[in-house]
Design a protein around this ligand. Structure first.
Ligand SMILES: Nc1ncnc2c1ncn2[C@@H]1O[C@H](COP(=O)(O)OP(=O)(O)OP(=O)(O)O)[C@@H](O)[C@H]1O
Ligand SMILES: [Mg+2]
Length: 376
């Protein structure tokens, strides 16, 4: 099965589940189960870093003393098999300083294990909302560096990888931080490979609530600009340390753009900054970064910038070589209006049988509840 899935993504490599590699022309290893059991102390709970939709992640140390993170996929299903194959296939294709490196994998019987470089500074979510948030390790320059790094990684996927890759699950837990707080974009299990000349695909909706572009959440229309939208949400999250979606006392959900917009309209950009920064940030950089985030989260995908532009703008903001007037024409749209049937689970997967079939939402999305324009 694994072999079949793997090959359906066009990989040239010939693999055998037994661990034997033929025609090896890729930079990853096939591990033995024993090696990974030893490295993680038999997947001991104390070694567990976290848990996501597809399984648990464990810290480990190999016999050569190298720290690794091992993702152990949940019970194997055709869908999980597909995710595993996509992840390995895509990660094997890409190498970039801002993308999490794949060290290898194990595939045997009903175990699927993916081995990554271990990221000692965990993920953005840990710093923004999790166990390390009180430590305030993310000062302003670090936040800008992380934003630029994540943008660079995404830009590589969109514009340099061949075929182009749409990530489809850009979010704070998928931006990991190495020992120098360099951002590494992770989790390509949802990614889509885009053949040359194709502008968008219609697909079943996967991703995480709060980060989904409206046209993707509502119509399953996926293109690079869906990632740009998610990146815009992430940018606001990095700046403000607020969650992408919050539940108001009256039960209504509000997204981070809707929260930020009144302050932006008043010109009160400083209010959007994370209070834990205690006012220590560059005002001009803050303002321009917020404006970029607003451009990225435009309701109309055609108005969103490319990641090439985003990287260029973010870098120019930081080095202050040139000051670009970032004109914002913002259509506030339905980003929060996706039907959430599971209050405690922000993860969306509309795909029961995913066999790369295209479309169809099972439920009608809510229509946009508000629309307004802002010009600057
Ligand atoms: N290489 C790594 N080094 C350090 N921590 C990691 C590594 N890979 C994943 N993690 C952390 O492990 C936790 C679980 O990750 P996982 O990708 O399984 O789930 P998630 O990103 O929270 O959700 P989803 O399943 O929707 O992607 C996250 O907090 C993630 O940041
Ligand atoms: Mg993840």
């Amino acid at each position: 099965m694994f072999k079949r899935c793997f090959n359906c993504f066009g990989g040239e490599q010939k693999l055998e589940i037994s661990g034997q590699i033929k025609n090896r022309d890729y930079p990853w290893d096939i591990y033995t189960l024993k090696e990974l059991v030893n490295a993680t102390n038999n997947f001991h709970n104390d070694s567990k870093i976290g848990e996501g939709g597809f399984g648990s992640v464990y810290w480990g140390r190999t016999s050569k003393g190298i720290e690794i993170a091992v993702k152990r996929l949940k019970a194997m299903s055709a869908k999980a098999e597909m995710e595993f194959a996509i992840e390995v296939e895509i990660l094997g294709r890409v190498r970039h300083k801002n993308l999490l490196g794949l060290r290898g994998f194990y595939a045997g019987e009903d175990e699927r294990l993916i081995v990554y470089d271990y990221m000692p500074n965990h993920s953005l979510i840990t710093h923004l909302h999790g166990t390390l948030s009180a430590d305030c390790l993310l000062d302003w320059p670090r936040r800008m560096k992380i934003a630029i790094g994540a943008a660079d990684g995404l830009c590589y996927l969109h514009h340099e990888a061949n075929p182009h890759i749409i990530h489809r699950d850009i979010k704070a837990s998928n931006v990991l931080l190495d020992s120098n707080f360099q951002a590494k974009v992770a989790d390509f299990g949802f990614a889509k490979l885009i053949p040359d000349g194709v502008t968008h695909l219609t697909t079943r909706v996967k991703g995480t609530l709060g980060y989904l572009a409206p046209e993707y959440a509502m119509w399953g229309k996926v293109s690079e600009s869906c990632d740009v939208y998610s990146f815009g949400i992430l940018l606001l999250e990095i700046i403000s340390a607020r969650k992408p979606l919050e539940k108001l006392p009256n039960g209504v959900k509000r997204d981070i753009v809707q929260w930020a917009l009144p302050y932006i309209q008043k010109g009160d950009f400083n209010h959007i900054a994370d209070p834990k920064l205690k006012g220590k940030f560059n005002r001009e950089q803050l303002k321009n970064t917020i404006l970029i985030a607003m451009k990225c989260t435009d309701g109309n995908p055609e108005n969103r910038p490319s990641m090439l532009e985003v990287v260029d703008w973010l870098k120019s903001i930081v080095v202050e070589k040139r000051k670009k007037d970032i004109k914002i024409v913002k259509n506030i749209s339905a980003s929060t209006n996706y039907v959430d049937e599971n209050e405690n689970n922000d993860y969306v997967d509309d795909d029961e049988t995913n066999n790369e079939g295209y479309i169809v939402r099972k439920k009608e999305p809510r229509l946009p509840i508000s629309e307004s324009k802002m010009r600057k």
